[in-house]
Write a protein that binds this ligand. Structure first.
Ligand code: ZN
Ligand code: ZN
Ligand code: FE
Length: 760
């Protein structure tokens, strides 16, 4: 057979995953000569030999590629032989970076075995990693991904580590954060003034002692600090709640093992797989029935919530600490509520003073903050609710090339997104832009996402809300800016995820988004065609007395709704909802319309229903009342539904009328019908609205997006009902349905969708 030379240009997540050693082994075992190198775009290689061998080599590249790698494109060039000697791994080529930065990856089984083996040189070493695991995004300063461009640059490898790093046959060949106890980062235990109490192994043992005794420890991890407290101690958790000023919002837990999770939570095989995946997210798991649990965890971890947010250790440090403790701990972000997670130890002393009793720190700098991701299983589908560690900054792939643009997201659960070619890179979760710290984190992510990819965006895309910090940042930006309506952005993110093109119907339901007509939108139905994005319908509007205060006080939504029904709000609201003098004030607001914006928000409709049922007159965090209402649905729900008419049609504008539903709901309440029944009938009515709206719009595909679709019951019921009627529902999985998905949606809408019109 003839000698040939094959050149492959491989794009995707192919750096820092052992791709070059894989190519090296593949080529040398087949007796092929040539070379392989990292470029700013990915991997470039040449192999030469007999044609048949080259063909099997080409097949094996895609078939046997390293497990963490993602190939997004391969270009083949067949050339005349150049007669290379042997096979070599060449130095990286510089250039404009386009390679995909990998997320941080949970400790692999081999590294875990090493730190647990007393005869291994990495026994008990908390910074062990290899090509298959360890920090990436949180330590990368620039591309191409080489040690010099990471926060490991200041650590010089010892001869043993260097040997591993340079040996293509070694698991640590070019593992950029490679380290060992001799040459790598180390632990220290600080008191609240930064005095060193212990170092190395002793620091770990002492912090474990402190936690066991009920103290709160700040632990510097992979993408930031955690606050750690014993999960068995209601007293310690109570203390943590009061220090964090967080009364009810659930805390996440880290468990020492799958078995320990199983003794507290219901676990499916797909949930187990998620917990053990390289992404190692927080998974929302149903609590076990109290009668099946031997030792119960305190209710105050997640009060009134049927779920626990659960994760397994994902770095060697967490593994070692959890081995020592051998009991679940609270592992919540190191911050005061609503601020971004703290990443730097000296900053931690200041920001977490008063929160933590003791600090476990280390000297490997964290270049960018990366929170724990939160996911849940919705039937057999994974839905990401907070996209950060393990997932960010992996791109979503669009079905076409997009201009280079930067999107600034919304206000809550903020993320940024950057489009380059077909890739839409989504930043890690930044959080609610409520504090100066959050605004600073936004600016840092904005700068670093641009720097990382050497991107020169042509424009910035933002929300229409004039008061959002993200909007203000866009207006003061030197680049031309363009606004995209909030609920259209939600739907566009769903379209991006599903590679969907018009025409389709869109159901975009959430708490609030700015409507161009000056009202607060949130219960919207769209008809998206190649010509226009039509707001085809919406929830019947009502007033929110007190404006933004109504977001924190579901009882105000109920008052606004009852007022719209010409009913006396205070006859129907639970007795203790309002005080006498508040009532008079509220009625005055509603009668005059003062500070009582008009809304079509589905989130507020949930609030109204929940508070009429006596759940949460005031809430602590977004969606709390709606979540409690969802959780009230019994395990085996009824199919009964409240009446849910859709008035009008697509040309006149459809209105989802809630009045009959609420008359029935009030009647049920006065007849003493239980909340689980009321909640089920309410949810089923919403499904009716979705199906009727889909029928009126008349397109096969129906996209479901917005924060309301974090509601598993609503999501799954709507999906089933739509399918039964012959529709094709499009839903979220990798892009959050909540405002964390707004930024990628803004990009997709700006690049690919026609403009919004409010009425045809
Ligand atoms: Zn490893
Ligand atoms: Zn070393
Ligand atoms: Fe939203």
């Amino acid at each position: 057979m003839r000698m040939k030379r094959l050149r492959l240009t491989i794009a995707g997540a192919v750096q820092g995953v052992g791709f070059r050693p894989f190519v090296f082994r593949l080529a040398t075992t087949a007796g092929l000569t040539g070379w392989v190198t990292n470029t700013a775009h990915g991997v470039l290689l040449e192999v030469e030999g007999r044609e048949g061998l080259l063909e099997s080599f080409r097949e094996a590249i895609e078939r046997d590629k390293p497990s963490l790698s993602i190939i997004t494109g391969i270009r083949d060039e067949w050339l005349e032989p150049a007669y290379h000697d042997g096979f070599e791994i060449r130095k990286s080529l510089p250039g404009r970076p386009e390679a995909i930065v990998l997320p941080d990856i949970a400790t692999c089984p081999k590294c875990l075995a090493e730190i647990s083996d007393p005869s291994d040189r990495r026994y008990g070493y908390p910074f062990t990693n290899c090509t298959n695991c360890g920090p990436r995004y949180s330590i990368i300063r620039a591309l191409p991904y080489d040690r010099i461009s990471t926060t490991m640059a200041t650590f010089e490898m010892c001869p043993d580590c260097l040997r591993e790093y340079e040996d293509p046959a070694d698991r640590r060949f070019h593992a950029q954060p490679n380290a060992c106890p001799v040459c790598g980062p180390s632990l220290a235990l600080w008191d609240t003034s930064g005095n060193i109490l212990a170092e190395g192994r002793e620091a770990l043992l002492k912090v474990a002692d402190a936690v066991r005794m009920g103290q709160i420890a700040a632990v510097k991890g992979l993408g930031g600090f955690h606050l750690i407290a014993p999960a068995s101690s209601a007293l310690a958790i109570e203390e943590l709640r009061s220090r964090k000023r967080r009364r009810r919002k659930p805390f996440a837990l880290m468990f020492p093992s799958m078995d320990s999770i199983r003794s507290h939570c219901q676990l499916s095989s797909s949930e187990e797989a998620l917990l053990e995946s390289p992404q190692s997210p927080i998974v929302l798991l149903r609590k076990k029935d109290p009668t099946e649990v031997t030792v119960r965890l305190p209710e105050i971890i997640a009060p009134g919530n049927p779920y626990l947010g659960v994760m397994l250790p994902y770095t060697p440090l967490h593994h070692l600490l959890m081995q020592e403790l051998n009991a679940p701990v609270i592992a919540t972000s190191g911050n005061i509520s609503d601020e971004p997670i703290c990443i730097d130890e000296s900053e931690a002393l200041e920001r977490l003073s008063g929160l933590a009793d003791i600090f476990l720190v280390h000297d490997r700098p964290i270049h960018r903050h990366v929170d724990d991701s939160i996911v849940k299983m919705s039937g057999e589908r994974m839905v990401i609710l907070r996209r950060a560690r393990g997932y960010a900054p992996l791109p979503m792939e669009a079905d076409r090339e997009l201009p280079v643009m930067l999107a600034f997201g919304a206000h809550l659960k903020n993320t940024l997104a950057l489009s380059i070619g077909r890739n839409v890179f989504i930043s890690q979760h930044i959080g609610d832009l409520e504090t100066p710290q959050a605004a600073r984190a936004f600016d840092e992510v904005r700068e670093s996402i641009e720097d990382l990819y050497h991107a020169r965006p042509v424009s910035v895309i933002h929300d229409l809300h004039p008061d959002y910090i993200s909007t203000a940042r866009a207006s003061s930006d030197p680049l031309p800016s363009r606004g995209i309506q909030h609920h259209l952005a939600h739907l566009a993110s769903c379209m991006l995820e599903n590679a969907a093109v018009p025409p389709l119907a869109g159901v975009s339901w959430d708490g609030a988004g700015y409507g161009p007509d000056g009202t607060v939108w949130g219960g919207e139905i769209f008809h998206i065609t190649d010509e226009r994005c039509l707001r085809a319908g919406h929830l019947r509007t009502f007033r929110l007395p007190g404006g933004s205060r109504a977001v924190k006080e579901p009882r105000r939504s109920a008052a606004g709704l009852l007022f719209e029904m010409n009913l006396d709000p205070f006859k129907y609201l639970p007795k203790d909802s309002f005080r006498e003098e508040e009532i008079t004030g509220l009625l005055a607001l509603l009668r005059t319309g003062t500070n009582s914006p008009v809304t079509s928000s589905m989130g507020r409709l949930f609030d109204a229903a929940a508070s009429l049922c006596g759940l949460f007159p005031r809430i602590e965090f977004e969606g709390e009342a709606a979540m409690a209402f969802e959780y009230a649905i019994p395990a085996i729900p009824v199919t009964d539904a409240y009446t849910a008419p859709v008035r009008g049609d697509i040309s006149s504008g459809m209105v989802l009328d809630w009045e009959p539903m609420f008359h029935e709901l009030l009647r049920d309440l006065s007849n003493g019908v239980e909340v689980p029944m009321i909640s089920t009938k309410f949810h089923n009515a919403l499904v009716t609205w979705i199906v009727t709206s889909a029928e009126l719009v008349g397109e096969e595909r129906v996209a479901l997006s917005g924060g309301c679709f974090q509601n598993t019951y609503l999501m799954m019921k709507s999906e089933t009902a739509l399918k039964e009627k012959g529709f094709l529902p499009l839903v979220h999985g990798k892009i959050p349905p909540n405002d964390g998905g707004i930024a990628p949606g803004q990009l997709f809408a700006a690049a690919c969708l026609p403009s919004l019109i409010e009425r045809s």
